[in-house]
Write a protein that binds this ligand. Structure first.
Ligand code: ADP
Length: 470
């Protein structure tokens, strides 16, 4: 069932009733302790039997209320719960009046304990019901005092505690009743004001959380729709890329055959045009390839394809693969890795793709004489990989955008280096599939450093050092 403010209020009331039931056990204990302390240490003469009977009655009906509250359906409707709470408080007032009666009547200092009941009533009941309970409490007290004073019911004097029969002094009796009566009404007034304010706040909180939940539902609906759209888009890209890749590869092969002169001699002008066409076709092929990789990465890799991969091996392979390209560009390429394996769980091809994109970019955007450095460090269960270069850097205001698809920074475009603008999107998508973190520090003209942190298995070096610790 949808939680709404009405249900929440009902639940809250039921909760408070359970709290009252727990509190009543304290009252039972309190009665027993009071009887014992009064007799044992204060030497007060008390009518023990009726007082014990009241304590037992209190405990007995508390058990009944507990059972009713838990299993009887009357305590599940709003009116039912409200009657249930009213009834309990009225019964408590009767029990307290009984306790007061058998222990000195209005001479008993515990007479002020009516206040607790009124505070409890204001927490549990409506304002009107609280005032009705106050009136009921005062009626009980006045009745008790009058009946005792007039001899209609017996007065149990607190011998050993109160020297004279105070209850027969009219001024004392009226004074006590007036003081207690006004105290109870004031208490009701203050407690109900505070609780009604709190209830209004509570209702407001419930309303706000309802609104928040609704927003969250709307948002998750929108997110789901976006996710589906993204899926459709990715699927579309995948198909397009797939369909153009094979004919392009064929065109590239044919152009190569023609360029090699196997179909006859070509003029130098025709050869030049042909080379330019081949270059364009190669760019298109790399675009199709990047699109395919991107769409494949976005589809979450099936768990079955995940295996333990050593990042050190991947880095060493990349270093070897790019050595030629780096030396052609007159860029020094170095890799700094731990001696032990750094193991992550994933697909080796994907990790290779991630590194290839970062390293190829670093070489591409580093001028002659510069350097590219790959480093790997293991920090407990995190593999920290970085690819830094001394290249052209990325302008500050474009550092976030370079991770967007097809985005290329102005200085890279000006440099005239070819690119699809998809490499970093691929890197980002791969890091996301690993639940890793990707960051970039760069200064225009001062070089760039991409850092990737991937969750990894606790390093072998550390395992080997166990159990002496790290
Ligand atoms: P591209 O194919 O253009 O290299 P990428 O998605 O790999 O596409 O990179 C996006 C943009 O980020 C690049 O066009 C370039 O502006 C910038 N960039 C990426 N790596 C570097 C780097 N190592 N140094 C400077 N700029 C970089």
């Amino acid at each position: 069932m949808e939680p709404n403010s009405h249900n929440v209020e009902l639940e809250e009331l039921r909760d408070r009733i359970s709290w009252l039931i727990r509190l009543r056990w304290v009252a039972v204990l309190g009665v027993l302790v009071t009887i014992w302390v009064s007799r044992r240490f204060l030497g007060v003469h008390l009518e023990v039997t009726p007082l014990f009977a009241i304590a037992i009655a209190l405990a007995g009906y508390n058990v009944v209320f507990w059972i009713v509250g838990k299993w009887v359906p009357v305590a599940t409707s709003e009116a039912g719960v409200s009657y249930f709470a009213n009834f309990q408080i009225a019964l408590d007032l009767l029990a307290l009046t009984g306790f007061i009666h058998f222990s000195g009547g209005i001479e008993n200092p515990f007479i002020c304990y009516y206040v607790f009941h009124i505070v409890i009533a204001s927490i549990l009941l409506s304002r009107v019901a609280t005032y009705l309970q106050v009136t009921f409490a005062i009626a009980l007290l006045v009745g008790l005092a009058l009946f005792e004073a007039t001899g209609v019911i017996r007065h149990y004097h607190l011998r050993g505690f109160i020297p004279t029969e105070l209850y027969q002094i009219r001024t004392y009796m009226f004074g006590v009743l007036f003081a207690i009566g006004t105290m109870l009404y004031f208490t009701a007034f203050m407690a109900t004001s505070i609780t009604s304010r709190l209830r209004r706040r509570e209702a407001e909180i419930v309303r706000l959380s309802d609104a928040l939940r609704k927003h969250a539902e709307d948002l998750s609906g929108t997110y789901e729709a976006l996710r589906q759209l993204e899926g459709v888009r990715s699927d579309y890209l995948h198909r397009v890329a797939h369909h153009i890749r094979s004919p392009l590869a064929t065109v590239e092969r044919m152009l190569a055959v023609v360029a090699e002169g196997r179909t006859g001699q070509l003029s130098s002008r025709a050869l030049e045009m042909l080379e330019r066409a081949r270059l364009r076709v190669r760019d298109l092929l790399s675009l199709a390839r990047d699109l395919l990789v991107l769409s494949r990465t976005r589809e979450a890799p099936p768990l079955g394809e995940r295996e333990v991969v050593d990042l050190v091996t991947i880095i060493r392979d990349a270093e070897a693969d790019f050595r030629e390209q780096a030396s052609q560009a007159s860029v020094a390429l170095t890799a700094d890795c731990p001696e032990y394996p750094v193991e992550v769980t994933g697909d080796p091809e994907t990790l290779k793709e991630l590194l290839d994109n970062l390293v190829s970019n670093a070489i591409k955007y580093t001028p002659v004489g510069g350097e590219v450095r790959i480093t790997l460090e293991q920090k407990v269960n995190l593999a920290e990989l970085s690819v830094s270069d001394s290249g052209i850097g990325i302008p500050k205001d474009e550092q976030d955008q370079v991770f967007e698809e097809f985005y290329r920074a102005a200085n890279a475009r000006e440099l005239g280096k070819e690119g699809t603008g998809l490499g970093l999107s691929i890197v980002k998508a791969i890091v996301e599939t690993f639940d890793g973190r990707l960051s970039c520090e760069s200064e225009e003209g001062g070089g760039t450093c991409f850092r990737v942190a991937l969750p990894c298995q606790v390093g072998r070096s550390r395992r080997e050092r166990a159990p002496w610790g790290i």
